[in-house]
Design a binder for this molecule. Structure first.
Ligand code: ADP
Ligand code: ASP
Ligand code: MG
Length: 403
């Protein structure tokens, strides 16, 4: 069997944890499997590198950010290969260059284009455990790129898909995917399985347990993922196509505290205005999420929308530069907001889910600022100070307790 095993930052945070991971991988190897390991940077290394960059230049060139951030993973794979060698098992670490793993050229938010397999198979055939840096690739300029925060999960799935692995395990500091972040909602329950579509929504809406692109790619290539703990043997959660007839009404609650709301006040109430505004944002690679337009009055209307906090300054800058053509009279910008979402495949065939969610928020005295929905999710924008309380209230309403 060929297995891909990915370990996150907390799973390799120190010497003891590195040896723990080394032993778990060696167990698989000794059972006769071919083992490919993907690692994140140790502990808070990536955060520390970002802080170092910010200290030198608050607005660092993205190419140089990737050059810097990629070293975290290079450190962990080298140390892991050394740990395995000390345990008497042949292992080799490879960075994205050495595999190689090719990506698009966008720095800090690259996507995989192709992964070469020859070198990895060669090393596996030579009887080695292969340890690959997560989170990074190389682009057509031969530069190092990174995949966005949490991207090591996507490296694991890309390798599992191209190597046709029999198993792709994502080891982390929780023992599976829960109905909500267990750090915020301690009563959250572990799911034994979840569909790709539901997991993709949860990951995109803030459940950081999996990188959203990893789920997208797993669905596309039919890779079954198992999310489990690196510290115990608990079964974990399967992410795969779920054929259950009885779809869960709500399989999870997620929040995203990285949202910002921008309001454009007094734009002209005439055709083409929304197009011009969102076209400027799109051309500047700014992703817009929720959008709300007020009813027109006195020939003007207001348009508000949400973006990632990291994009808010850019969005304001490009809109202000074009303020007259876009007919914007005034700007409002708020960062103390958060998105709260419920996700569940069963929503499609059940009326009253939204009302139930809004009732939970009303009972918790939480004001809703914006609402958006899809077939399997409802998202509300609320004040950030309310979000943990709101998440507990909504979770309580939808996820039955055992007792
Ligand atoms: P790693 O470093 O292993 O990649 P992450 O910190 O990226 O780990 O992801 C694991 C964390 O995701 C958990 O510690 C947990 O707090 C958080 N999390 C958020 N939502 C969920 C959820 N629905 N189920 C499980 N964990 C979640
Ligand atoms: N080390 C990177 C990060 O902290 C990638 C990852 O952990 O998946 O975002
Ligand atoms: Mg992660």
């Amino acid at each position: 069997m060929l297995v891909v095993k990915k370990f996150g930052g907390s799973s390799v945070a120190n010497k003891e944890r590195i040896f723990n991971v080394a032993r778990r991988c060696i167990e698989d190897y000794k059972a006769g499997n071919k083992v490919v390991v993907v690692l994140s940077a140790m502990g808070d290394t990536t955060d520390d590198l970002i802080a170092k960059a910010q200290d030198i230049n608050p607005n660092p060139p993205k190419r140089e950010m990737d050059m810097l951030l990629s070293i975290g993973e290079q450190e962990s794979v080298a140390l892991m290969a050394m740990a395995m060698a000390s345990l008497g098992v042949p292992a080799i670490s490879l960075n994205a260059w050495q595999v190689p793993m090719h990506t698009t050229s966008v720095y800090t938010a690259s996507r995989f284009k192709s992964v070469e397999t020859e070198r990895i198979f060669h090393e596996l055939d030579a009887g080695k455990i292969v340890i690959v840096t997560g989170f990074q690739g190389i682009n057509k300029y031969d530069d190092i790129t990174t995949l966005g925060r949490g991207g090591s999960d996507t490296t694991a799935v890309a390798l599992a898909a191209t190597l046709h692995a029999d198993k792709c395990e994502i080891f982390t500091d929780v023992d599976g995917v829960y109905t909500a972040d267990p750090r915020i909602v301690p009563e959250a329950k572990k799911l034994s399985e979840i569909s790709y579509d539901e997991m993709l929504e949860l990951a995109t809406l803030g459940a950081q347990v999996l990188h959203n692109r990893s789920v997208e790619m797993a669905k596309k290539y039919g890779v079954t993922l198992v999310v489990r703990s690196s510290l115990n043997e608990s079964e974990g959660t399967y992410v795969r196509e779920v054929k259950n007839v009885e779809k869960m009404l709500v399989s999870g609650v997620a929040c995203d505290k990285n949202a910002a709301r921008i309001a454009l006040i007094g734009v002209k109430n005439e055709p083409g205005v929304a197009f011009k505004i969102f076209d400027v944002l799109a051309k500047n690679n700014i992703n817009v999420d929720m959008i709300l337009q007020s009813v027109g009055r006195d020939n003007t209307k207001d348009i508000s929308f949400t973006v990632d906090q990291t994009d808010a300054a850019d969005a304001l800058r490009v809109l202000k530069a074009d303020q007259d053509r876009l007919t914007i009279q005034k700007f409002e910008d708020e960062e103390n907001v958060a998105k709260l979402s419920i996700v569940g495949a069963g929503m499609q065939s059940n009326a009253g889910v939204a009302a139930k969610m809004f009732e939970a928020l009303y009972d918790a005295n939480v004001n809703i600022r914006m609402i958006s929905t899809s077939e399997i999710r409802i998202t509300v924008l609320i004040n950030i100070d309310d979000v943990d309380r709101a998440m507990k209230a909504v979770h309580d309403k939808f996820i039955p307790t055992d007792d």
